[in-house]
Design a protein around this ligand. Structure first.
Ligand code: ZN
Length: 397
């Protein structure tokens, strides 16, 4: 088995993920830096993987573990991280995230999957009691009184490809919206990824609007979107058609029984420039008696994607919640505000995504080669921690 250490992770990031240039030239806007950008940036990345989420913790870890075992040159104070992240250009970190995805695809990280999907969704990441920056969005109680502030972002992630890799985020402050941020995010992501990187985009119902679907059309990506009552005309004709019909097909999926209604000839709503809309309704019967029913619309034809495959594709929408937001928050501190300044907040979100991407590719695709069982994220985290106390052994690894 390959050794696991912070220094080995640094070598992997440099050589296998191609991050060496980014780590040295990450868009550092400091005028006369005393501490090299690579030292601060790698410290932020490796300590995120170690699940230490505050700038103060980064400073303490660098002091107490020693620079050599972390793969950096020198120690520093936590105020240096605030100053650095305020001045780091997010475009360069975004390009590094997309570059890492391209390299992962070239290295066949997704080769066991027929399709590569993208999911977009919004989340809250960071609360505060005071209004402190341009990204603070007021939170109201039932009487419309402001009870605090929160930070929100739309996020895009690779899904449905065996690895869930969030790779960009777009903040939306007061007066902005998740929907507008999602559109900006989609346009940027598809421009940077190129037209052939992903096969589909899966989104929740608030994105099932004509402008969003047209934007996806222009970018050449097909969409699977949740259908709810925000499209009343289509939702009602689906109900009228499917309610009186037996399912088009039934399937066994593990311990679940799946009934699917599938029709490709619904009329588009007034503003949608599609010839026809395909809609599936699935009814998932779980062994405990629970039944889950949902409707999804798409421009995939039934020849391109059969009913059961479309059901599975729709379900990949949950990956951005479960292995995206939940892991990012519970393990990697996405909700913690390290330094309350808009650029710094965005940079820390992007660095968190890069740390997650690095950890997953390292653990699932690099360490896992061979016949042994895949190590869990918790196991690799513990091994990385243990590596910090034995630098001499690591020199030979
Ligand atoms: Zn704020």
């Amino acid at each position: 088995m390959k050794p696991v250490s912070a220094r080995a992770l640094r070598r992997y990031a440099d050589r296998c993920l191609g991050l060496q240039k980014y780590l040295r030239q990450p868009g550092d806007g400091r005028l006369q830096p005393v501490i090299a950008a690579v030292t601060l940036l790698w410290s932020l990345l490796v300590t995120r993987v170690l699940r230490e989420i505050s700038f103060h913790a980064v400073e303490q870890l660098v002091h107490s573990a020693g620079c050599q075992s972390l793969g950096i040159q020198r120690s520093f104070g936590n105020d240096a991280l605030g100053y650095f992240t305020e001045r780091l250009d997010p475009a360069v970190t975004r390009a590094a995230l997309v570059g890492t995805l391209h390299r992962a695809k070239r290295n066949k990280a997704f080769e066991n999957s027929r399709f590569i999907g993208l999911a977009i969704d919004g989340t809250t990441a960071g609360h505060s009691t005071q209004h402190s920056c341009a990204l603070c969005r007021p939170q109201h109680n039932a009487n419309k009184e402001v009870i605090g502030y929160r930070h929100q972002l739309a996020t895009i992630s690779v899904v449905g490809a065996g690895l869930v890799l969030p790779f960009d985020g777009e903040p939306y402050g007061a007066g902005d919206s998740e929907y507008a941020a999602g559109q900006r995010l989609l346009a940027r992501a598809l421009r940077q990824l190129g037209p052939r990187f992903a096969n589909y985009l899966v989104v929740d119902s608030e994105y099932a609007t004509a402008p969003f679907l047209h934007a996806a059309d222009r970018a050449g990506i097909q969409v699977v979107a949740r259908l709810k009552d925000n499209l009343p005309e289509l939702a009602q004709s689906v109900e009228r058609r499917f309610a009186g019909q037996p399912p088009t097909s039934t399937h066994r999926d593990g311990k679940n029984r799946i009934e699917i209604w599938d029709a490709s000839d619904f009329a588009p709503w007034e503003t949608l420039r599609w010839d026809r809309v395909r809609v599936i309704r699935y009814r998932q019967h779980k062994p405990d008696g629970t039944v889950i029913q949902a409707e999804w619309l798409t421009n995939f034809s039934s020849r391109q994607l059969g009913s059961l495959s479309l059901y599975h594709t729709a379900k990949t929408r949950w990956e951005i919640e479960n292995q995206g937001f939940n892991d990012a928050k519970n393990r990697y501190g996405l909700e913690h505000i390290c330094h309350h300044e808009p650029n710094s907040i965005l940079i820390v979100w992007l660095i968190t995504f890069l740390a997650i991407m690095m950890e997953r590719l390292y653990r699932i695709r690099y360490l896992h080669r061979g016949t042994h069982r895949r190590r869990s994220a918790d196991q690799v985290c513990r091994l990385l921690w243990l590596s910090l106390s034995c630098p001499t052994q690591l020199n030979s690894s």
